[in-house]
Write a protein that binds this ligand. Structure first.
Ligand code: MN
Length: 409
């Protein structure tokens, strides 16, 4: 069986929402063309509460996909929920869809509508229509990293006997992001599967787990605008009979990451350098790339960071490029000391959400909070979009409720 492996579609991602739709559509169409079944490792949506217009795009995408003639079908399902379609498109919730335990999430809605099969806490079997092969896919939806070991222990996913087994999840892994001991190590993942699939990390990764392939396809849309995202976007196709895989590219908006050294320059020279870089990048092409300019260095003595006016640059080139300017590394004599302090407090490569949880944990520890009452669930509650009074009430109810009874997974 040939299975297409996608992740992190981030439908509705605000900065590039039309890219998120068109690139997901292309990836799903190509996945259908090149595989018998499709697996999506979480973060189909960018938000926990996608707006109706985003849900509409998602429904259109997956309805179109579910009308196609696959050569395989869903044969069995065990776990939370049910399979409401026979179409072999499986997905799990990611960290972006994650909600409190028991509350319906957006991937589940697509599952309930019969547009895909939600295996966030389930194992399902896909069979070829001609009976030639069956494979089992065990899913564990995204959850706060500090709770993942506990959830793995409780769900205890096991391979099915006599067939090819896939384990699909959506977490940070310590081997790739060695910043936090809460992150799971690849070797701690359950044994006995033939293929391990992870989402969450937005660039492509090919590793091994218990001697078997461990694959992260990366996102189908640019989000973090980091250096590693300059590589091409796409998905894996894995052939279970040959145990081989390939990476299929999609057309993704070009990301150009440009370091601009401002050392010893005047504000005018910085401006000129930037405009020159932008013009060189867009000249002769009409693809409207994203250009991320990262300014570093110490300005000419006597000039301050604030003297460098670049506000009009994104609009000036708006027709030909999407420009982002990162000024954090630009220094002047007066601002250098405070900048160093700021920089020491920031963590590269950790998502804003993860950094937020870290900060909250630090504060809670200082107030002698009972750390067995999940700080990350508390963070989820505190970061909800509800009214301030409701948020505080929910948080207090959560803490009081947890004190009475340890939360179930
Ligand atoms: Mn993601």
């Amino acid at each position: 069986m040939r299975i297409a492996i996608l992740a992190d579609l981030h439908l509705g991602y605000e900065r590039f929402s039309s890219d998120s739709y068109s690139q997901a559509a292309e990836a799903l169409e190509k996945a259908y063309q090149s595989a018998d079944a499709i697996l999506i490792a979480g973060d189909l949506f960018d938000y926990r509460h996608p707006k109706p217009e985003v849900l509409a795009e998602a429904i259109n995408l997956f309805r179109n996909l579910s009308k196609k003639e696959f050569r395989a079908h869903v044969e069995g399902f065990e776990g939370r929920g049910a399979a409401y379609t026979g179409v072999p498109v499986f997905a799990i919730a990611g960290t972006h869809e994650r909600r409190s335990e028991g509350a319906a999430h957006a991937v589940e809605l697509l599952g309930l509508a019969g547009l895909l099969v939600d295996i966030s806490q389930a194992r399902a079997v896909i069979a070829m229509d001609d009976g030639s092969e069956r494979i089992a896919v065990s899913g564990v939806g995204g959850i706060a990293d500090e709770r993942f070991r506990e959830v793995l222990h409780s769900l205890n996913p096991k391979p099915a006997e006599g067939m090819f087994n896939v384990f699909m999840f959506h977490q940070s892994v310590h081997d790739l992001l060695p910043f936090d001991n809460d992150y799971i190590n690849i070797e701690e993942l359950p044994q006995g599967f033939d293929l391990y699939i992870d989402g969450h990390i937005h660039n492509r990764v090919e590793r091994e787990c218990h001697g078997k392939p461990f694959l992260i396809p990366g996102s189908t849309v640019l989000t973090q605008l980091k250096d590693a995202e300059q590589e091409e976007k796409g998905f894996f196709v894995y052939d279970t009979s040959q145990n081989t895989f390939s990476f299929e590219k999609i057309n993704s908006r070009r990301l150009v990451f440009a370091d601009v050294d401002v050392s010893g320059k005047t504000p005018k020279e910085v401006r000129d350098t930037i405009m020159e870089r932008v013009e060189k990048t867009i000249s002769g092409r009409e693809d409207r790339p994203i250009i991320k300019l990262v300014l570093r260095g110490l300005l000419m003595d006597g000039f301050k960071n604030i003297d460098v006016n670049l506000q009009d640059i994104p609009a000036r080139y708006g027709k030909n490029a999407i420009i982002e300017i990162d000024r954090k590394g630009m220094e002047s004599i007066t601002s250098k000391a405070s900048l160093d302090g700021l920089r020491n407090g920031t963590l590269d490569n950790v998502s804003v959400n993860d950094s937020g949880i870290k900060i909250l944990k630090g504060k809670l520890e200082a107030y002698k909070y009972d750390m067995s009452i999940s700080p990350s669930l508390l963070f989820d509650i505190l970061s909800s979009d509800e009214k301030r009074e409701n948020v505080l009430k929910n948080a207090i109810d959560f803490i009081d409720g947890s004190k009475a009874k340890k939360p179930e997974i």
